[in-house]
Design a protein around this ligand. Structure first.
Ligand code: CU
Length: 343
């Protein structure tokens, strides 16, 4: 995931964003092919946060993020502390919102002008099978790119669905980025140099929200050695999953591991899903997705924890990481959601 993040950086300044994003939306319609296998909005109830009651006792600081087309609509400033990002995906395709902390002096402009283009040009080469030239192109990424810190955020969320992820935000300058691809083009890259891709800049202020850390009903741990460790059976209904990042590492796709939730059906081919998680493949992270994604947590540094709240109906699901070969790494784990009344 890391590579495409760069794209977002450039987009940053809030005021500029609003103006630019509007242009971007119109333009993006061109490179956003309509999806054919995305679930209809009516089907989205499975991950609707029914949190009004459960969260009532706790104080939450909410950052609403709405996706229309290839545009994030989100606040430009949020207080620091525990922050609940509520993602509403009104588009017809799958997206995510990875939160990236920018290095000192770097803005959305640098991200879009210096990082997004090498990623896209490298991807164009990968699509042509020119792997060596692609690696060279990725080598053109600016030094500051290595200093961006990926700090979580809502995982892959299919069109017409909502997802909710809570994380602790320190004061600083950040981006939200989506680098899912459509027609081989990263959402965070806009071929028009005067417009931004799917990136949103925001500032976390010194003001502390004082929001509470959520209470988890399920514990999940991800690590390089043991992959994803989570319960194999989960009761239907609202669950808040604590996603613990025991460690972090750079995988072959220049990204760290993260955790996404997929709802499977009887036709799901797990090998197709496995391949889809590697953005370097022409078919990787390319819309439409082979499953319905319900959110999760993008990668975080070692020792961090995110909380992902979801309402589950009975069925078969998988936790999966956006890394090459997740099954082999223990980062594709299927599990069952059972009717809580039948137990
Ligand atoms: Cu996207």
């Amino acid at each position: 995931m890391k590579l495409p993040l760069v794209f977002m950086t450039i987009l940053a300044t809030a005021l500029m964003l609003n103006g630019c994003q509007r242009q971007k939306t119109e333009q993006s319609a061109e490179h956003a092919a309509p999806e054919t296998n995305e679930p209809a909005v009516a089907e989205a109830e499975s991950n609707e946060p029914a949190m009004a009651e459960s969260s009532a006792a706790q104080h939450a600081s909410v950052m609403p993020v709405t996706i229309e087309g290839l545009t994030f609509d989100a606040p430009e400033t949020v207080p620091s502390g525990w922050t609940t990002i509520r993602l509403t995906n009104n588009s017809g395709m799958v997206h995510f919102a990875v939160v990236e902390r920018l290095p000192e002096g770097i803005t959305i402009k640098e991200q879009q002008k210096q990082a997004a283009p090498p990623f896209q040009q490298g991807m164009d080469l990968l699509n042509k099978g020119e792997d060596e030239a692609a690696q060279k192109k990725f080598g053109e990424l600016p030094d500051w790119f290595q200093q961006m810190v990926y700090t979580g955020g809502p995982g892959l969320t299919s069109g017409g669905h909502h997802s909710q992820t809570t994380l602790y935000l320190e004061p600083g300058n950040y981006l939200l980025e989506c680098y899912v691809k459509t027609d081989g083009v990263f959402h965070s890259y806009n071929p028009d140099p005067n417009s931004y891709g799917m990136v949103h800049a925001f500032t976390v202020t010194d003001d502390a929200s004082g929001a509470d850390e959520p209470a988890a009903s399920i514990e999940l741990t991800i690590s390089s050695d043991n992959g994803i460790d989570a319960p194999e059976q989960v009761a239907a209904g609202e669950q808040t999953v604590a996603v613990h990042f025991a460690d972090q590492t750079l995988h072959e796709n220049f990204a760290g591991h993260d955790v996404h939730l997929a709802r499977l059906d009887e036709n799901t081919d797990l090998q197709v899903l496995d391949n889809w998680m590697d953005w370097r493949r022409p078919e990787g992270l390319q819309t439409p997705a082979p499953v319905t994604f319900l959110g999760g947590s993008n990668e975080m540094p070692a020792g961090k924890t995110a909380y992902f709240t979801v309402t589950l109906k009975p069925g078969r699901y998988a936790w999966i990481s956006e890394v090459p070969g997740p099954h082999e790494k223990g980062m594709l784990k299927t599990f069952e959601v059972t009717d809580s009344n039948s137990e």
